[in-house]
Design a protein around this ligand. Structure first.
Ligand SMILES: Nc1ncnc2c1ncn2[C@@H]1O[C@H](COP(=O)(O)OP(=O)(O)OP(=O)(O)O)[C@@H](O)[C@H]1O
Length: 242
């Protein structure tokens, strides 16, 4: 197991507890979806796994090393692309790279081609559509060849068509990189389309109420009847079924 979360809890100074006694694990190359109602601690959990938030109780092991202490290669994507407005597309992908050798530049250019942005390397963020900017964010997240890719609602601000395109793009880059993916999403269809396993969270503080294995082979069909049944099941777990 490349990720082992054991009885993890995050309580803030003001008394808020984001999540409580969470335990799960992930295998190398798995795509895990984190689903749950608003405020049940999904984003905070992702931050603690990334090592950005170190004040958790319990244990979070990444490749056998405690998250707060280790230096694992992690890519992070958010709902908004968070690009540097004063840097062009290529420079955004290369941002933070100390070694400006041509080889790294080639890696960035290859990634931009992979995400469909060949020819836009010199454009600035304000010249891009929302979908294009998120493509840059994907390329940037993959630039360091991360072992783990953490995605916090990465497509939720996009229109339905762009969202579907980028979901397919994510799958195709994952096929090549085989990073372990953790995807926070509110979109059950997206989770069922992309993930190998879903973790369903509930409550405030959030607790893990169910793990669901999605055994469907890829490529999956978005209209699949079995997945539609699974969606109904998830809606009932979240008390959202009408
Ligand atoms: N820095 C903080 N200080 C105090 N409480 C916090 C802090 N960050 C998050 N929380 C609390 O932790 C809980 C979980 O927040 P979090 O953003 O992780 O939930 P979420 O499931 O990602 O929500 P959403 O789906 O709405 O984005 C909330 O009650 C929130 O108020």
């Amino acid at each position: 197991m490349v990720l082992v979360v054991d009885q993890a809890t995050r309580e803030f100074d003001n008394g808020n507890t984001a999540f409580r006694n969470i335990s799960f694990s992930a295998e190398h190359g798995e795509i895990i979806g984190l689903l749950g109602t608003s405020g049940c601690g999904k984003s905070t959990l992702l931050r603690t796994i990334s090592g950005l938030d170190t004040l958790y109780a319990g244990s979070i092991l990444l490749n056998g090393c405690e998250a707060r202490d280790c230096d694992v290669n992690i890519g992070y994507m958010f709902q908004e692309p968070r690009l540097m407005p004063w840097l062009n597309v290529l420079e955004n992908v290369l941002f933070g790279e100390k070694n400006q050798k041509n080889q790294r530049k080639d890696t960035a250019l290859n990634l931009l081609e992979l995400v469909g942005l060949k020819g836009f390397e010199k454009n600035y963020p304000k010249e891009l559509s929302g979908g294009m900017a998120q493509r840059v964010a994907i390329a940037r997240a993959l630039f360091t060849s991360p072992d783990f890719l953490l995605l916090d609602e990465p497509f939720s601000a996009l229109d339905a068509f762009t969202k579907m395109q980028l979901q397919d793009l994510l799958l195709s880059v994952w096929e090549k990189s085989k990073a372990t993916l953790l995807l926070v999403t509110h979109d059950i269809d997206e989770a069922l389309y992309l993930c190998d396993r879903l973790l369903i969270f509930r409550g405030q503080p959030g607790e893990l109420c169910k793990e669901i294995k999605i055994n469907h082979p890829r490529p999956r069909s978005r209209g699949d009847e079995e997945l539609a049944k699974e969606k109904k099941h998830i809606l009932s777990l979240l008390d959202l079924e009408k």
